[in-house]
Design a protein around this ligand. Structure first.
Ligand SMILES: C=C1C[C@]23C[C@@]1(O)CC[C@H]2[C@@]12CC[C@H](O)[C@@](C)(C(=O)O1)[C@H]2[C@@H]3C(=O)O
Ligand SMILES: O=C(O)CCC(=O)C(=O)O
Ligand SMILES: [Fe+2]
Length: 340
């Protein structure tokens, strides 16, 4: 079922009706796989309901996150600075990107979570346990969605995408973002320049990995950018997961899927936004290249073969909003000038 979300800000000059897809994972499999493929082609983004992730796993994760961000700054700094992993505040990546947020970025293997937990929590084994359970649940959800995508694309090997993030050496990561509410609201209202700078929680970007699974509390701010440049607010709903196609999946589908550009604007003046995000990534030595079923003389390969490690090196040398996948386009791709 694709239910249009209410998007009041879209009733402006550009008139195309927009309904961000909300996909019910309890639907019959062949219908479901087609709906997911369609959403990945049109938006590179959709919400899932009836996802099967137990409520307790989600609420325990939310509690651990809130407890961490409620600590004094000096205590949180013990888990930083980000290497890129660890606790960060306002600085995103290594190339000067800034945002009005605090975050924890973690590798997803239990050994590294256990090590990091010591600087994050007063009860590290509880923190590790909660994070491991959450990651396992969202990894399973990602794999289920990736298998459905392969089925919807009529690829004979249904695990062609999911096996990359199931691999023991996968390079997936997990992020908790915390956006404090807007302060000095009255002063900001009077100064449009200050207002615009202060409100950017997380700047425009696409996620580099295969698939992203995001959940937030009931505070909004997330927006996705449509192909005509229109920014659409994603209404917050703690009961759904938001799914983003990453750059790696865009390359593996030979550009048939889009990787959704998104950002977070801080708009709430009372309550913080908190989001938990799983980024499913392949092992460092895995090749990212269009799958053979999606390459033909009519649709030649748009992207060179590259390893995830090569792609990582590139994106860590770039700014958040750069179109990193464009650097891996082949000469066959005549549309070199177009962005992302
Ligand atoms: C500016 C940067 C931060 C980022 C690495 C990068 O050089 C470009 C991509 C950024 C991003 C966006 C999605 C995820 O939040 C993230 C963890 C990722 O894999 O790529 C971040 C990186 C980061 O915050 O370190
Ligand atoms: O925090 C959010 O809601 C989204 C942040 C994001 O897009 C990211 O961390 O890659
Ligand atoms: Fe993102």
């Amino acid at each position: 079922m694709v239910v249009p979300s209410p998007t009041p800000s879209l009733r402006t000059k550009k008139t195309r009706a927009v309904g961000i897809p909300i996909i019910d994972l309890s639907l019959e499999r062949s219908v479901l796989s087609q709906k997911i493929v369609q959403a990945c082609e049109e938006y590179g983004f959709f919400k899932v309901v009836n996802h099967g992730v137990p409520r307790e796993i989600i609420s325990s994760m939310e509690k651990e996150g809130s407890d961490f961000f409620a600590k004094r700054s000096s205590e949180k700094q013990r888990a930083g600075p980000p290497s890129p992993f660890g606790y960060g505040c306002k600085n995103i990546g290594f190339n000067g990107d800034k945002g009005e947020l605090e975050y924890l970025l973690l590798q997803t293997d239990p050994a590294s979570i256990s090590e990091r937990s010591k600087a994050i929590s007063n009860n590290p084994s509880k923190f590790s346990c909660v994070v491991n359970d959450y990651i396992q649940a969202v990894r399973d959800l990602s794999c289920e969605i990736l298998d459905l995508i392969a089925e919807g694309l009529w690829v004979p090997d249904n695990s062609v995408f999911s096996k990359l993030i199931r691999d023991a050496h996968n390079d997936s990561c997990f992020r908790l973002n915390y956006y404090p509410p807007l302060k000095h609201f009255r002063e900001l209202e009077l100064s449009p320049k200050l207002n615009a700078d202060t409100r950017m929680g997380f700047g425009e970007h696409t996620d580099p990995q295969i698939l992203t699974i995001l959940r937030s509390n009931d505070v909004g701010g997330l927006q996705i950018c449509l192909d005509d440049g229109l920014w659409v607010p994603v209404l917050p709903d703690p009961n759904v997961f938001c799914v983003f196609v990453g750059d790696a999946l865009k390359a593996m589908t030979n550009g048939r899927f889009v990787s959704a550009s998104h950002r977070v604007l801080v708009t709430n003046t009372i309550k913080p936004r908190m989001s938990t995000i799983y980024f499913g990534a392949p092992p460092l030595d895995a090749y990212i290249s269009p799958i053979p079923e999606l390459v033909s003389p009519q649709k030649p390969s748009l992207y060179k073969h590259f390893t995830w490690s090569e792609f990582k090196k590139t994106f860590y040398s770039l700014r958040l909003g750069d179109c990193r996948l464009d650097l891996f386009k082949t000469l066959m791709c005549s549309d070199k000038t177009s962005s992302c």
